[in-house]
Design a binder for this molecule. Structure first.
Ligand code: FMN
Length: 186
């Protein structure tokens, strides 16, 4: 029997025509039956303040509940100035507090960086992994996904136009399914 694993996708761009959001939608369509992928929106979150710990805004509580309800987390992010976009780092910080009540704790994770540039957002991908170590999110090691030259990757329907990249992303998802199985605390 196939047990479906619920994966929360965090997209590190708020741009309407975001390549990273296109990748998220492409992966939702490509996912095997054992994975249910869903985007958890981060654009409505307030900038983090430690005051939230005493009195969290409703958007913060809802966001944490959405992350907590997922079996795993998949980060799909651009690179901004060789690092993690502020909007994604903000969501990570929001979900991490109060201390000891982090929504991320123990969730298996994976990171995909997507960029029109040649090196595929490597810097953002690895800076993000640094936070995930502290947050106790075991982040999938292989395959790595630095998706470069993504400006022409998607067709008019938002599907991945390259057979090789589509094949690679399918393999990535199957590997992630196994990673979740192996690293799930439940
Ligand atoms: C503030 C800013 C900083 C950027 N820095 C980088 C960078 O360090 N490396 C890179 O590959 N692309 C960089 N870019 C270009 C982005 O990769 C490009 O805008 C990409 O399309 C953003 O992702 P999105 O399409 O999902 O919005 C940057 C873009 C912005 C707006």
């Amino acid at each position: 029997m196939i047990t479906t694993k619920n994966v929360a996708i965090l997209v590190g761009s708020l741009r309407k025509e975001s390549l990273n959001r296109k990748m998220a939608h492409a992966l939702i369509a490509l996912a095997p039956p054992s994975l249910k992928l869903e985007i958890v929106e981060i654009g409505n979150l307030p900038l983090f303040s430690q005051d939230f710990e005493a009195a969290p805004p409703a958007t913060v509580s809802t966001f944490k509940q959405q992350v907590e309800a997922a079996d795993a987390v998949l980060f799909i992010t651009p690179e901004y100035n060789r690092s993690v976009p502020g909007v994604l780092k903000n969501a990570i910080d929001v979900g991490s507090r109060p201390y000891g009540q982090s929504a991320w704790n123990g969730k298996p994770g994976a990171v995909i960086s997507v960029s029109p540039g040649a090196i595929g957002g490597f810097g953002a991908n690895h800076h993000l992994r640094q936070s995930l170590v502290f947050l106790n999110v075991p982040a999938m090691t292989q395959p790595e996904a630095y998706i470069g030259n993504a400006g022409s990757l998607f067709d008019d329907n938002g599907a991945i136009a390259s057979d090789a990249t589509r094949d690679f992303m399918q393999k990535f998802l199957l590997a992630f399914e196994q990673w979740i199985e192996r690293h799930s605390a439940r």
